[in-house]
Design a protein around this ligand. Structure first.
Ligand code: NAD
Length: 425
């Protein structure tokens, strides 16, 4: 990734917020949004930058910049993950927050959109330092967070332990145990069954639906998955379970390709002990970006933004791209893939399984009654199927890509609520 003064820009010289805006503009055109409503919907409601100082083991003080952006709360409390990474910046968080707004609306859950991040390198921090950073970040954002206001969740480099620290810090300040302030918590602390796998399960469900639409049988489908974290590993595993042949995987250490098929169970076991794919011998090593260009039917980018750009889009050989990650395809790449007849199941639909089960977790916390994994998965399946079908129908009706279909659906639902609520003054 390259950098400008305002943060990272994709290889297509377009920051993620601009990329989001370009798709929003197309949807706004189809929806004939009035200019005022357009401006209101695109602008984040709140952008907070906080300073997070922590004392290191040697007594020195390290200061980190951190963000929380609330994009829109028309539909309900804002919802969105928190990521820890050295290249986190406000533009990226703004784009991710807006995507959360449209995503929640696409799957029709009563949440708005938000996102947060801390500019830090978690691989260079101890557990104690991570806990300090997390607790101070939470304390700085007490006014923002709340079960009825803004509900964080895990994202890149954050997990259920981080959510437990946020929940505990918040609870200490409000002097009661408030589980519903975050989702993605450990199971015994109010987490939902099925949440860990939910995003990957959603990816699998929409992939199966898309394959059905083009008449591709699972046993004929060769899949490449980029990223082997929460989303990538579960997507690969569940697609493998459905009978697809996973021929390529990757993580930050590089790519691994085996046209004969990779034993995904073996990879999961390898990851459990090594915490990296480096050294995995069940496939040939290949450069991570080259992996995306290999022959396959389904490509699942499940790592970070800006992976498919105008530079490599002409070389993508998949029939279907299913966006497990947020924003993995730039707007320029979208156009190229579309012209080449490659179907892209967009992030705001494809990875919405995570926020859907986060919503289930929040509901269960507030009811104090917990569902079985079977119930969670059944409800998730229904929502993913209905959402896919609605997006697919809208895309067909307007003769647009699935991405624009999803934006039309999401933006329209938020715009309708904004119109009916009116503008408070
Ligand atoms: P994670 O931290 O668990 O995993 C990220 C994976 O990507 C790791 O395997 C890492 O090594 C790999 N990676 C990073 N850079 C890479 C590169 N350049 N090439 C190949 N692999 C690379 O994160 P996650 O939770 O799986 O999230 C992945 C993406 O999915 C992000 O875009 C995130 O916003 C999105 N997402 C996550 C969830 C969720 O529930 N976790 C929900 C919706 C969307």
């Amino acid at each position: 990734m390259q950098y400008s003064e305002s943060g990272p820009v994709s290889r297509d010289e377009e920051n993620p917020f601009e990329s989001m805006k370009r798709r929003f503009e197309v949807a706004a055109h189809y929806l004939d949004l009035k200019p005022g409503i357009y401006d209101y919907l695109i602008a984040p409601e709140k952008q907070v930058i906080v300073t997070v100082p922590i004392q290191m083991d040697d007594g020195t003080v390290q200061v980190y910049e951190a963000y929380r952006v609330i994009h829109n709360t028309a539909l309900g409390p804002s919802k969105g993950g928190i990521r820890y990474a050295p290249d986190v910046n406000l533009d990226e968080i703004k784009a991710l927050a807006a995507w959360m707004t449209w995503k929640c609306a696409v799957v029709r859950i009563p949440f708005g959109g938000a996102k947060g991040g801390i500019k830090c390198d978690p691989t260079r921090l101890t557990q104690v330092q991570l806990e300090k950073i997390t607790r101070r970040y939470t304390a700085n954002l007490l006014e923002i967070f709340g079960p009825e206001k803004d509900v964080p969740a895990p994202d890149v480099n954050t997990n259920s332990q981080v959510m437990a620290w946020i929940m505990d810090t918040y609870s200490m300040h409000v002097q009661k145990t408030e589980t519903a302030v975050v989702t993605g918590k450990p199971l015994f602390l109010g987490g939902s069954r099925g949440r860990r796998e939910a995003t990957g399960r959603g990816v699998m469900l929409v992939t199966m639906r898309m394959m059905e639409k083009i008449g591709l049988a699972p046993k004929e489908a060769r899949v490449i998955v980029q990223g082997f974290g929460n989303v990538g590993s579960v997507s690969a595993s569940l697609l493998h379970e459905q009978g697809c042949k996973v021929v390529g995987i990757s993580d930050i250490s590089g790519g691994y390709y085996n046209p004969g098929g990779i034993d995904v169970k073996k990879v999961i076991t390898y990851m459990e002990s090594h915490k990296t794919l480096e050294g995995f011998d069940g496939a040939d090593p290949i450069d991570g970006m080259e992996l995306l260009k290999q022959d396959c039917d389904v490509l699942v980018p499940a790592a970070r933004e800006d992976q498919i750009t105008s530079k490599n889009a002409p070389d993508i050989r998949a029939k279907i791209v299913v966006e497990g990650a947020n924003g993995p395809t730039t707007a320029k790449a979208d156009k190229i893939l579309d012209e080449r007849g490659i179907l892209v199941v967009p992030d705001i639909l494809a990875n919405a399984g995570g926020v859907t089960v986060s919503y289930f977790e929040w509901v269960q916390n507030r009811m104090g009654y917990y569902w079985s994994e079977k119930d969670v998965n059944k409800r998730l399946k229904r929502i993913m199927k209905e959402s896919f079908d609605e997006v697919y129908r809208l895309a067909k009706d307007h003769n647009v890509s699935l991405r624009i279909g999803a934006y039309i659906l999401g933006v329209d639902r938020v715009a309708k609520v904004v119109r009916i609520r009116g503008i408070y003054a």
